[in-house]
Design a protein around this ligand. Structure first.
Ligand code: UD1
Length: 357
């Protein structure tokens, strides 16, 4: 059996890592990786392959940055000849980035079976490029691998037939559990020795509007006076912050590799973010999370987890962060199939036809 994984952006790499490891242990499976090159900085790409021991991609499409249409089109044009040559039995795509939708479209039009890891998440907000990518990918994927019961419900409500929907669990938790169980490597970034908060921001809606970015940064600066804030900065955000000539107490650092970020979050008093993955990781860890967005495609992190949505307003962010830190739960919630075994369930389904039940 021949399987192809197509990945392109940082949040894809950690979802690929656990599945690549399980598939490598199966002599009956040939699994190869295609890297689209959507993310190309070492800190956004190579470091993840090295730290998570992801196999070297067989193909590197080097599409780089561009408008949504240009990036999506470049992935499709460069991936098509690869898939024609290789003819994998299943093409596996991950998450909701432009590379995901582009790869799913290319594979489906070649008549190849497509499996979507993280199917069924919906924010209901079509102004988010990721929401369009999710809708497109799920519409054409043959195997919809859902991380949570709400994702299964979304797919059913959209009319996807039951035989395509498989509740495999959350693969982000596989890599988190595995990473935190390993001894920290020599040379790992030290964690602050006193209590601290972690912040990340990269959504265009938050960082491309200078007034909104200023509002959020002022809130983080204010919170820093009480508890230091460590902020690993995404390249997009770095460009926007460079345009602001203000002093801040927030500790801006370069993007971190996965093991450093996982350790930083696990030890934090709280996290302020607009990331999707961090909403899930903080829920699993029981760390309070403030998501600076009007909606989330991961509502289970709010209903069962530690996450709460907060508007991009200074006073709201400061007040709700203080409140969330006070209300920190004594124990982390337990969510069904967020257990570190999602990659095993996916491999059994893809390779042996054994559906999770
Ligand atoms: C993409 C995903 C988003 C995901 C995020 C994680 C889409 C639509 N969005 O957003 O869902 O949460 O990745 O990081 O696919 N850049 C660099 N170096 C890099 C990559 C990007 O400098 O290695 C800069 C470029 O200026 C680029 C900008 O960041 O134009 C945005 O990159 P892009 O991949 O288009 O989207 P992200 O904002 O990273």
């Amino acid at each position: 059996m021949k399987l192809a994984s197509i990945v392109g952006a940082r949040p894809n790499f950690m979802k690929l890592a656990p599945l690549a490891r399980v598939l490598a242990s199966r002599p009956d499976v040939e699994h190869f990786v295609v890297h689209t090159g959507q993310h190309y900085d070492a800190s956004m790409s190579d470091d993840f392959f090295r730290d998570l021991a992801i196999p070297e991609p067989r193909y590197h499409l080097a599409v780089g940055s561009g408008s949504h249409a240009a990036q999506t089109a470049a992935v499709m044009q460069r991936l098509e000849p690869v898939l024609i040559d290789e003819r994998p039995d299943v093409v596996i795509v991950y998450g909701d980035v432009n590379s995901t939708a582009a790869a799913a479209l290319t594979a489906a039009k070649l008549g190849l079976r497509v499996a979507h890891v993280e199917a069924g998440l919906r924010s209901g907000d079509r102004s988010m490029p990721e929401e369009i990518n999710r809708l497109v990918t799920d519409a054409i994927a043959d195997l919809l691998l859902a991380p949570s019961p709400d994702a299964v419900a979304n797919l059913r409500a959209e009319g996807h037939p039951d035989h395509r929907i498989h509740f495999v669990g959350n693969i982000m938790i596989d890599v988190l559990v595995d990473t935190l169980a390993r001894p920290r490597p020599a040379g790992a970034s030290p964690r602050p020795s006193t209590p601290y908060l972690v912040a990340t921001l990269h959504r265009p809606a938050n960082v491309d509007d200078p007034a909104r970015l200023a509002e959020i940064m002022t809130a983080l600066d204010q919170l820093s006076a009480e508890t230091p804030v460590v902020f690993p900065v995404h390249p997009r955000t770095r460009q926007r912050l460079a345009a602001r000539a203000t002093r801040s107490r927030v500790q801006l650092v370069d993007p971190l590799g996965y093991p450093d970020m996982a350790a930083l979050v696990a030890g934090a008093r709280g996290v302020i973010t607009d990331s999707g993955g961090l909403q899930e990781e903080t829920t699993y860890l029981g760390v309070p999370c403030l998501t600076v967005r009007p909606n989330t495609e991961r509502p289970i992190t709010c209903t069962l987890g530690t996450n709460r949505l907060v508007p991009a307003e200074q006073r709201a962010i400061v007040a709700q962060t203080r409140e969330a830190l006070r209300a920190r739960p004594a124990a982390a919630p337990v969510i069904e199939r967020w257990d570190g075994h999602t990659a095993d369930r996916i491999a059994s389904l893809l390779c042996d036809g054994v559906a999770p039940h």
